[in-house]
Design a protein around this ligand. Structure first.
Ligand code: ADP
Ligand code: MG
Length: 703
């Protein structure tokens, strides 16, 4: 029997939780920590020193040798530089480990090699990391041993954000401040803070390590760049929620244990739609911590896979023609006295605060549909959005039958006097209970769906950080709340003013509501008639960051300055160009060194056979025909390869990053397709013994 573990015992074992601080810190210091956590401000120097010492002692007791300021630069992943708790030995050569409040609060990693989008001149390499007291420190176990990780924000010498956490924290503060103004209108004076909560559902693929190592594309690009479809795909729908295979089960067990120790509430696990695709969802938590934890989930998924002789693929589209992976970002907003602003209750038509919040969210999403779409874009996601497996690139809101009916009534008459009941679901079996039905069914095709007491933003890519989507969501909703509060706070007759505002917002932004099938081509046309943006790629979405509308929004709430936005736009072009360049080079490598040589060898065998069969006086037409089919495709491959080498060189030499990114999208990618098509056809014809790389069938079914 395998080792048994107790969740209660191991949960947050490797986290310096509030509970541990309460136990270890003097009362006054603990109080100071809690105050800063909740209200902001800075820890006094003496308190910081005490916290640092206790944090270090706890870490060392648990085997830590180093600490790191753990941060999230604009690479989309995390960064860390380890420093040992080592100091000068004393005169007798004894080592007394040290860690000061100053080291806890501030770090100075050399920032010159992180993407900054021109924010930092080359002579100014300095970056600063600042402790984010709202996200707990933790111990990470890896080949390096035990490392104390201190979550931090990463800024430049002049204070510009160089990371994903700083703007997220700024957006959370903006949302809290503006949401408080809304709840105050309804007499909620007890609330002092409103928090965005997030639960991200993470999809991933597993692949056998030995097969992975034979695929240059998987190793360097994280996705297959060649590959004919397997005889069996996902058409039988037998993988979704299917029995979890032993090897995968052992992986999940290990992964859960790692995550629980890190205080991540890994909750749900199941097989996903595609073969070898799986999902893990944690319980939702404060947006900031959810973002940190999602990074830990992605890291642990990769690390644990290695231990199990596998590799974890987080790419949005590892296999063409097979479902890709996304991340559903479940988002809600709650006051610190327990009111979820997105909870409609049983009679949403009478819940005026909820209707006002809903009207504001409709306005926010409609006004900034372009920004929301941008926030969910990364290179891999371009393969998914609009491809009948993920929501289209068009942002719309799904409300469900009950709420849509309420909105319709409000728009038509200014009143919503009735509410559609969910009714009962009759099972028709005497021994089974009947259920009270939810008033809304699910719509899996909507990018932004209301699901009972939260919105589910389904557009996010699986490999991407969830910081940007949540920063944008918080920001756009903060703006709508602010504009509503500006008007309502001045109203003579508040009740009437709220009523008018709900009707006005809902009427003006009704076009963003769509309850139908988001995968249908009719919706694309309908959305165009409604004037909703349909931004097809990551790089086309990039410039939405620097429109006047976007700059006004982000500057107003101190989330991004114009300069920060411009730098982020530039980084998007850079990232895109670099990624496609790696893909192009991987294709050139595989085509030139593996596929073409194998096919040449095969055609030689065929030619020999043709001659031999003819000499023997038999009919060689079948062999001839096969040889011709192989030769035509081989010629096509060789010519596409030559062309790809040329355009890749041309692209690499370009100096304008935006033009370069578009050249990669429009020209380089098109040639990559031209190279792939004949190669995939050849894979179907050429002798399996000769084909030099593992097939889709092997990659997805041999796990
Ligand atoms: P689904 O049916 O989409 O799988 P679940 O109810 O299982 O939905 O929840 C999916 C995710 O949404 C989980 O991470 C869950 O913790 C999170 N979630 C549930 N309620 C909320 C909420 N009020 N705010 C934010 N996230 C939530
Ligand atoms: Mg979901």
């Amino acid at each position: 029997m395998s080792e048994v573990f107790n969740v209660e015992e191991i949960f947050a074992k490797n986290v310096f939780t509030l509970g541990k601080m309460k136990e270890r810190l003097p009362k006054n210091v603990y109080k100071e920590v809690v105050k800063v956590m909740n209200e902001g401000g800075e820890l006094s120097k003496s308190a910081a020193n005490v916290v640092a010492k206790e944090m270090k002692d706890w870490a060392v007791e648990n085997g830590a040798t180093h600490f790191t300021h753990w941060f999230q630069p604009l690479t989309g992943i995390t960064a860390e530089k380890h420093d040992a708790f080592v100091a000068h030995p004393d005169e007798e050569g004894r080592m007394l480990t040290e860690f000061s409040g100053k080291e806890l609060i501030k770090g100075e990693p050399d920032a010159s090699s992180f993407p900054s989008g021109g924010l930092r001149a080359t002579f100014e390499a300095r970056g600063y990391t600042a402790w984010d007291i709202t996200s707990p420190a933790f111990l990470k176990e890896s080949g390096c041993g035990m490392i104390l990780c201190i979550p931090t924000a990463f800024c430049s010498y002049t204070g510009e954000a160089l990371d994903k956490k700083t703007p997220l924290l700024r957006s959370m503060e903006a949302l809290s401040e503006q949401a408080l103004r809304i709840v105050r209108l309804f007499g909620n004076t007890g609330a002092t803070k409103v928090t965005a909560s997030v639960g991200p559902e993470q999809e991933y693929f597993l692949v056998d390590k030995d097969l992975y190592m034979q695929r240059t594309d998987l190793m360097f690009a994280g996705r297959t760049l060649f590959g004919a479809p397997a005889p069996k795909g996902q058409e039988m729908e037998d993988h979704y929620f299917g029995v979890i295979r032993e090897r995968v089960g052992a992986y999940m067990k290990d992964l859960n244990e790692e995550l629980w120790k890190l205080g991540v509430t890994a909750k749900t696990q199941h097989n996903e739609v595609a073969p070898a695709q799986h999902e893990l969802a944690p319980i939702y938590e404060t947006a900031n911590i959810a973002v940190d934890h999602n990074q830990l989930v992605m890291e642990a998924m990769k690390r644990v896979a290695i231990r199990h002789g596998m590799r974890c693929l987080l790419h949005e589209k590892p296999y063409a023609g097979v479902n890709g992976s996304g991340k559903h970002d479940n988002w809600s907003i709650t006051t610190d006295n327990g009111v979820n602003l997105l909870d409609p209750g049983d009679t949403p038509n009478e819940n005026i605060q909820f209707l006002l919040v809903l009207a504001c969210i409709m306005k926010a999403v409609d006004t900034h549909a372009d920004l929301l779409r941008q926030s969910a874009s990364d290179v891999g996601n371009d393969h998914r959005l609009g491809a009948n497996e993920a929501p289209p690139a068009i942002i719309s809101i799904f409300l469900g039958e009950q709420l849509e009916d309420v909105v319709d009534q409000l728009i038509a008459t200014g009143e919503a006097t009735s509410v559609k009941e969910g009714g009962r679901l009759l099972t028709g079996v005497k021994t089974l209970p009947d259920f009270k039905k939810d008033a809304t069914d699910r719509n899996r095709t909507s990018p932004f769906a209301f699901t009972g007491n939260k919105f589910e933003f389904r557009m996010v890519g699986s490999a991407d950080s969830i910081a940007s989507p949540n920063t944008t969501l918080n920001a756009i909703v903060a703006e709508a709340f602010c504009e509503a509060a500006d008007r309502l706070e001045k109203a003579d007759n508040l009740e009437l003013a709220i009523h008018d505002l709900i009707k006005e917002y809902m009427s003006a932004h009704q076009r963003i509501i769509f309850n139908g099938n988001g995968y249908a081509s009719e919706w694309v046309e309908e959305a165009q008639r409604r004037g909703l943006p349909n931004i097809k790629s990551m790089i086309e979405a990039a410039s939405t960051l620097t429109t006047d509308k976007a700059v006004r929004l982000f500057e107003k709430f101190g989330i991004f300055t114009k300069v920060e936005l411009e730098s982020r736009e530039e980084i998007i072009y850079e990232t895109y160009a670099k990624t496609i360049n790696i893909e192009a080079l991987a294709m050139i490598d595989m085509a030139g060194k593996q596929i073409i040589p194998a096919v040449v060898k095969y055609s030689r065998t065929l030619a020999d056979t043709v001659i031999a069969v003819k000499e023997a006086g038999a009919d060689a037409s079948t062999q001839m025909d096969l040889l011709k089919r192989v030769s035509t495709r081989l010629t096509a491959m060789q010519s596409a390869l030559t062309k790809l080498e040329e355009v890749e060189k041309e692209a690499s030499a370009m100096t304008d990053v935006k033009a370069q990114a578009f050249f990669y999208k429009d020209t380089v990618k098109a040639v990559m397709e031209q190279l792939r098509t004949p190669a995939d056809e050849l894979e179907m014809i050429v002798d399996k013994e000769i084909w030099p790389i593992p097939t889709y069938g092997e990659l997805m079914f041999e796990i």
